[in-house]
Design a protein around this ligand. Sequence first.
Ligand code: SF4
Length: 206
Amino acid sequence: MEKSTIINELEKNIKLCTKCRLCKTAKNPVPGEGYINSKIVFIGEAPGKVEDDTGRPFVGRAGKLLEELLKGINLKREMVWIGNIIKHRPPENRDPLPDEISACEPYLTMQLKAINPILIVTLGRFSLNYFYPEGKITRDRGTLIRVGKYNVYPVYHPAAALRNAQMAETLRKDFMNIPSILEKAENTKYEEADIPIHDGQLGLGL
Ligand code: SF4
């Protein structure tokens, strides 16, 4: 099946999904959007208020910062794919619960399988731990980690950077390294492990 057909089908399924309680409190599903042939995807935790209002990922203040950071490395949001682990907003932006994560997980797994990016940039602690449960955002941010067949590059969440100037500075620096990290990810064979390899529990079927 064509990549675009798979992504469109997934989007339709997400829009109709009632597999967890979050669809009852959210206004809109936020399936994710962008260029499905991108080598890089950006994955956050879950939609916030503005995302819930619009059905689009990263369109609030954190989204504006993300766009600025992308501009700094000569990218526009439509040149990459941007999504979240959870597709409906948790009430009051609370952390998603384990059963909500399990219910929603197959969508992101299938989206990533279809897009097949070279680099997954995880935005924030929650997204890092989804891919790499042992990860620590303060320790691992700005480093390339191999998770299964994927290259994961954790950075701080833009929303956290909006609240903390030092984090914002670190996030900027980590973003500026994305082009060289992508090159490294593209050119490093799986066996060449100056990249830490994590083959642990993903629950993602990756
Ligand atoms: S959050 Fe995910 S699993 Fe829950 S209803 Fe929405 S799409 Fe379905």
